[in-house]
Design a binder for this molecule. Structure first.
Ligand code: BGC
Length: 741
């Protein structure tokens, strides 16, 4: 009910969708025909705001002061097509509007062809670069909601706030698939499953582009997460087949949604940097997926082909490689060497003008379709969109639906807490805002609280509101915390990670820091029931703590409303319903992916199966009520490749509280030409059930859901036996070969 209402409310306040201009192509061609080589290459150049500002590090809630001479050099002399970012941190909405107005003034009044600037920003979880903006839970938390409707709404509100600041290009959503949990950008992903990332990513793109005011960016194409080391921007040594199966689906889904741009992965796949890969950028993205929009590099990545990847002996070679591979715009972003080199390459007949025209056409088309050629100026009447109560309500709803109850001792459940209990709260994330919001929050790393809006509640604030006698003991006062635990009915130990972004968040050990482990163990050893609250961007190992904790609640990085939502869950005002969108592993080299192969779980012959088993499985998440699943039933015993199979299951709330349950359908191929996964997620439906209420949920499976990526890289539906698994029940059916039909 609430969901539908919210969406209508957003639509009512949104600007009307810009109609597709039939004249766009003609308009673009007319402009292109008048452009010089320098002007064309300028359009392909994107610089950072610091290049044109007097001070790229405005203090909190200040504005960015532009340097007129540098601005004119960039826009008039160099003719750059795009500028990005906010310098050091978030600026107020009025400062955004003024910034964009000044930039567009120069572009439209002082240049020969009056082409406006396409400004880009990283609004990754809400508009996190505007001082008044609402910061939502990160994608990994949104994935735990298994709720595409909500994810679509969040995309829509984010875009409406981005447009209100005068910006029409968002470098989001991240569509990387998080199969390497150690990776410091894991929290930006939708978890370890490509099918789920495609479902939720496409919903987010749909929301973000709904009104036509903002173009979304699918990033980082492709395989960025699969690094062997788990460190940012390090090589992925995986097969093309693996990338197609586990990285490509969300990008394919985004292209189907009409995503306007794609940002390239800074890393490499099988020895080839993606920025230099004609195969991935042109053969697959353009020819196979049919992408028509704009391909932008990531930060400085053309230079890095020379300086880091060493596939280009000079910067000029790097430019040639990237443009030949299919890059349309270079986030240079600090100088104009890209433009200088590209101009030379065209003059020397190394890069044909036809190739330049292709890219410029895409850039101008994006500008035209976003309405920039008609009116590039911010609309001050949209200011109130930023940080609206609707946005705040959605942030709370998202955090509520994401928070995942990993453990609640079955014999003596400690949760939900009673307000009358004597509560101790301790741990490094107990009073930390950065551990709620994570990276990309008002600043890049999300740790400079001077840029945060005032009044965001910490976990301590939210718990104290419910339990006024709560004792808060700082994490570094171990003895005091232990003493306080002895005098308390329950101890909440808040662990996890402060914000980080990109390589700054690299770790070489997934264990929580020793001090956190010692604190949690010492508190649990007092015998006072202990609740672990985890606020973290990735599943840091908690194996040594899980047995002694009576309850464990995972908040991910739940955003600006995360503390309140967590307190609501702890005190039972909200029934938890999040489920893990990844496997919570016990240790390195144990089972860390839910869709592993049979050979990974072989037991016997001296193998310690308990050691390799996950701590918590993908899809795990408890509730304060209980759900019973009936056996799954199938519409037919066998299907052909052209048919659809319907799977039905009835879910009943058998407890005494209303609750939401995400029903997850898994499929497995019993035998295949390539080793099958033990299961693959192929259906999701989130249902709300009153106590005693039942709902029949139906899933449809066809070739899209059942196919595998074959040896030749193509999707293939193999005949044979398939099993569906849902809520502990199973059923199987056959897929018939052509001759059996
Ligand atoms: C990140 C991108 C981001 C870009 C612009 C890069 O370092 O990898 O995700 O869009 O910076 O801020």
């Amino acid at each position: 009910m609430m969901k539908r209402f919210l969406l209508l409310a957003i639509l009512a306040t949104a600007a009307p969708a810009r109609a597709q201009q039939p004249a766009t192509a003609a308009r673009v061609e007319a402009l292109l025909a008048r452009m010089t080589l320098e002007e064309k290459v300028g359009q392909m150049t994107q610089v950072n705001i610091g290049v044109v500002a007097t001070d790229s590090q405005p203090s909190p809630r200040d504005s960015i002061r532009l340097d007129r001479a540098k601005l004119r050099e960039a826009i008039v002399t160099r003719g750059v097509g795009s500028i990005l970012n906010t310098g050091e941190g978030a600026i107020p909405v009025a400062a955004w509007q003024s910034l964009i107005r000044q930039i567009q003034d120069v572009a439209t009044k002082e240049t020969r062809l009056h082409i406006p600037i396409l400004y880009g920003v990283d609004a990754m979880h809400g508009h996190n670069y505007v001082s008044e903006g609402t910061v939502y839970p990160h994608n990994i938390a949104l994935a735990a909601t298994f709720n595409p409707v909500l994810v679509e709404q969040l995309g829509e509100v984010t875009a409406s706030e981005v447009a209100a600041t005068g910006v029409h290009w968002n470098f989001a959503p991240v569509l990387d698939v998080g199969r390497q949990h150690q990776w410091p950008r894991f929290y930006e992903t939708w978890g370890e499953d490509a099918w789920l990332a495609a479902l939720l990513g496409a919903a987010n793109v749909r929301g973000m582009q709904r009104t036509g005011e903002v173009g979304a960016t699918a990033k980082h194409y492709l395989g960025y997460n699969f690094s062997r080391s788990g460190r940012d921007r390090t090589p992925a040594d995986v097969s093309v087949r693996y990338v197609r199966e586990h990285a490509l689906p969300p990008f394919r889904a985004a292209v189907r949604e009409g995503i306007r741009s794609v940002m390239v992965n800074s890393g490499e796949i099988d020895g080839e940097p993606v920025h230099a890969s004609r195969y991935w950028l042109t053969d697959v993205l353009r020819k196979e997926l049919g992408f028509k929009g704009l391909v932008v590099t990531d930060w400085e990545d053309i230079n890095f082909l020379h300086t880091r990847h060493r596939v280009a002996p000079t910067l000029k070679d790097a430019v040639r490689l990237a443009v030949d591979a299919g890059v349309d715009m270079s986030m240079t972003p600090l100088d104009y060497r890209f433009a200088d080199d590209l101009i030379k390459l065209v003059r020397d007949n190394v890069v044909p003008m036809k190739r330049i025209d292709e890219s410029v056409r895409r850039i101008l088309t994006m500008k035209a379709e976003l309405g920039l050629l008609d009116n590039p100026y911010p609309d001050p009447t949209l200011t109130a969109r930023v940080g609206s109560s609707l946005s705040r309500a959605l942030a709370r709803q998202a955090a509520r639906e994401a928070i995942t109850l990993l453990k609640n001792d079955r014999r003596a459940p400690v949760l939900p807490l009673a307000r009358t209990q004597r509560v101790l709260l301790t741990g490094p994330t107990a009073a930390s805002l950065s551990a709620l919001l994570g990276g990309w929050s008002y600043t890049w790393q999300g740790v400079d609280l001077r840029y945060y809006p005032k009044g965001i509640p910490t976990l301590a604030d939210a718990i104290r509101r419910r339990a006024p006698g709560m004792q808060l003991v700082p994490a570094d006062s171990l003895d005091a915390a232990v003493r306080a635990a002895r005098q308390s009915d329950v101890a909440i130990v808040a662990l996890g990670e402060e914000g980080y972004a990109e390589w700054v968040g690299d770790v070489v050990d997934m264990q929580l820091p020793p001090a956190q482990r010692s604190l949690a163990s010492a508190i649990a050893a007092t015998g006072t029931p202990t609740v672990l609250v985890l606020l973290e961007g990735r599943p840091r190992y908690i194996t040594s703590l899980a047995d002694s904790a009576r309850a464990i609640v995972l908040g991910y990085w739940p955003g600006i409303e995360g503390a309140e939502a967590m307190a609501e869950v702890l005190f039972g005002e909200v029934n938890p319903s999040g489920k893990l969108p990844f496997t919570y592993a016990k240790a390195p080299y144990g089972i860390d992916l839910y869709d592993h192969k049979y050979t990974e779980e072989l037991t016997g012959w001296g193998r310690d199966s308990a050691a390799i088993a996950p701590l918590y499985e993908f899809g795990h998440g408890l509730s304060y009520t209980t759900f019973r699943y009936g056996p799954p039933t199938l519409a037919r015993p066998a299907i052909t490749a052209r048919d659809q199979q319907a799977v039905q299951v009835t879910v009943t709330n058998t407890g005494d509280r209303p609750g939401d349950e995400s029903v997850l359908l898994f499929v497995r191929q019993l035998y295949g030409s390539l080793t099958p996964a033990v299961r693959r997620l192929r259906g999701v439906e989130r249902v709300t059930l009153a106590p005693g209420q039942s709902r029949a949920v139906t899933f449809t499976l066809g070739a899209d859901e059942l196919s595998i990526v074959g040896r030749d890289g193509r999707n293939a539906l193999e005949p044979g036996e398939y099993e569906v698994q849902v809520g502990g029940g199973k059923a199987s059916f056959r897929v018939l070969a052509g001759q059996d039909e």
